[in-house]
Design a protein around this ligand. Structure first.
Ligand SMILES: CC(=O)N[C@H]1[C@@H](OP(=O)(O)OP(=O)(O)OC[C@H]2O[C@@H](n3ccc(=O)[nH]c3=O)[C@H](O)[C@@H]2O)O[C@H](CO)[C@@H](O)[C@@H]1O
Ligand SMILES: C=C(OP(=O)(O)O)C(=O)O
Length: 514
């Protein structure tokens, strides 16, 4: 017997609310959200994040809500499904992470607009709140007002939340301006094999930072004397390391030049945000960034985060693997050009709208309609490259697409030691996938997908790949423990259901038809 579904938990919440004589609006006010969100929660149509479950239980004084949703969140996917309609791409997890960390640089009021409500954002917000930052969700629940105190209370840091996200590393850049000596817990994130932090430490050394890895924590010390001008060549063109160096450069007077910088989407969003703070940043989108920093930043700023190219690719893949015609709106085209070129070569037909700007006024967007097509395997291996290459996080989606195509494809993930391994889980759903070595997959398609119970791979993008393949699979797939998906995607099951998918959320064991 499964213990709960989103519908049964929704009914419990509705009963608890009406027993108190509260309207949906009153509960929404208590939760800091809007009435339509409460309506969706009560009808089982909204993902319940860990923090929302706690807030509901507290507001309604109903610990039963926590009991019913104890344990892992799971998905039951019935297939095969054909999708139709239109869906909007939400803003990106990775830019939100950078901007939440960068808000520490600002002693004024920061408002970040359009943040996706995902577990990863909740974890960083928990960390920020624990060190004294005042956070207020506004509008329809996706805008966040951030006001930091004069002095952060680092000793009170919520370590449990910090350890669940890799983004905690991005506290190094902002914090080195205010503490001569501090500790941060080791960074978490997806299980993708060893992910070095050395490039971060090498770059930040130029700002006087030395880091010693002690038991379970980074112990950072900052030298008194810091050079007036800095010329830094990153030893890797990594996204987070570029962001860390940018944040360090923003808070220190003088010029910093960063070479071999990443021009990727989250880095661009951070640069645009820093410009709003009054920092001069030149070379955005290129591999050389020049930053003129400011000693004390205090500005009243608003910034709208841009759309996520990885979510765009995920949604396009949903259409492709289910052989459906869907329109994915608000795709940031600059970060999908190579992906589209590869798809085109594989025979995928799509219609692309004229460009229009994102709400940040900078990022170029298009609406893309995927048309069911006869796909063939690409002639060459598919491999990622730093921007403007095929995005490292979009590579896993090509494994699902190649499994849909006729012929033999090779996917080469040189970046991560462990991610290709997680994709071999697609074979449980019927794909003919062989792991040639830790980095290369041989895929022979087309695949007759079939449903199966699967433990979700501990890596975000491979996990979503399994979910998408399950939508194309005949029969039932129970995908167990999808926290990793909720880390990066806002309410994906219901948004896919709105296109015609059949995905249910449940807690507990799968063997009932509740
Ligand atoms: C919070 C956040 O923003 N996370 C993203 C960020 O992580 P993150 O910034 O950690 O990833 P990096 O861009 O640094 O690099 C990813 C991996 O590639 C390796 N590497 C990278 C560049 C290079 O020139 N040589 C090289 O070997 C790194 O060692 C690392 O193992 O970027 C990754 C790549 O887009 C994404 O998967 C993550 O979602
Ligand atoms: C690898 C990813 O995330 P993280 O850097 O948060 O582990 C990802 O977004 O695919």
């Amino acid at each position: 017997m499964s213990s709960a579904t989103s519908e049964s938990v929704g009914r419990m919440i509705r009963d608890g609310r009406t027993a108190r004589g509260w309207s949906q609006k009153r509960l929404a006010d208590e939760l800091g959200t809007v009435q339509s969100a409460v309506h969706r929660i009560e009808t089982g149509q909204q993902n319940l994040s860990l923090s929302m479950i706690n807030r509901l239980a507290e507001a309604l004084e109903m610990p039963l809500i926590q009991t019913a949703t104890q344990g892992d969140v799971n998905l039951r996917i019935e297939g095969p499904t054909t999708l139709s309609g239109e869906i909007d791409v939400r803003t990106s997890k990775n830019a939100a992470m950078a901007l939440l960390c960068a808000s520490l640089l600002n002693h004024g009021r920061t408002v970040l607009r359009g943040i996706a409500r995902i577990e990863e954002v909740d974890r960083i917000c928990e960390v920020l709140a624990s060190i004294g930052v005042q956070l207020t969700w506004m509008g329809d629940g996706n805008d966040l007002e951030i006001v930091r105190p004069d002095v952060l209370t680092l000793d009170d840091m919520d370590e449990r939340a910090a350890r669940r996200t890799r983004s905690i590393l991005m506290f190094l850049g902002p914090l080195l301006h205010e503490f001569p000596d501090f500790r941060l817990p080791y960074a978490g994130g997806c299980d993708l094999g060893a992910r070095t932090v050395h490039p971060h430490l090498a770059a930040l050394q130029r700002f006087g930072l030395t880091v010693e890895a002690t038991e379970g924590a980074y112990h950072a010390t900052v030298a008194d004397q810091r050079p007036q001008e800095r010329r830094i060549t990153l030893i890797e063109r990594g996204d987070t390391v570029t962001e860390n160096a940018l944040m360090a450069a923003a808070g220190i007077p003088g010029v910093t030049v960063i070479r071999n910088a990443s021009g990727n989407y989250m880095v661009q969003d951070l640069c645009f945000f820093l410009q709003r703070l009054g920092i001069e940043v030149d070379g955005i989108g290129t591999t050389t960034l020049t930053i003129r920093g400011i000693e004390h930043i205090s500005a009243d700023v608003e910034y709208h985060i841009s759309e996520d190219p990885i979510e765009a690719m995920s949604l396009l893949t949903a259409g492709i693997v289910t052989r459906s015609e869907i329109t994915v709106r608000r795709c940031p085209i600059e970060f999908l050009e190579v992906e589209f070129a590869v798809l085109d070569e594989m025979g995928q037909k799509f219609v692309v709208s004229p460009e229009y700007p994102s709400l940040n006024g900078k990022t170029r967007l298009v609406d893309v309609t995927v048309i069911p097509s006869e796909l063939r395997a690409p002639l060459d291996k598919i491999h990622p490259m730093p921007f403007p290459g095929l995005n490292i996080d979009n590579l896993p989606f090509f494994a699902v697409i190649c499994a849909t195509a006729t012929g033999q494809s090779v996917i080469y993930d040189w970046v991560y030691d462990n991610r290709a391994i997680h994709l071999s889980k697609l074979s449980a759903l019927g794909a003919n996938i062989q792991l040639m070595d830790a980095h290369r997959l041989l895929i022979i398609g087309p695949t007759k997908w079939r449903g199966r119970d699967i433990d979700t791979p501990p890596a975000l993008r491979p996990a979503v790949c399994v979910l998408l393949a399950a939508m194309a699979a005949r029969g039932t797939t129970n995908l167990m423990d999808v926290y990793v998906i909720n880390r990066g995607y806002e309410d994906l099951p219901h948004r896919l259901n709105a296109l015609g998918a059949n995905i249910k959320i449940f807690w507990g064991t799968p063997d009932s038809d509740d």
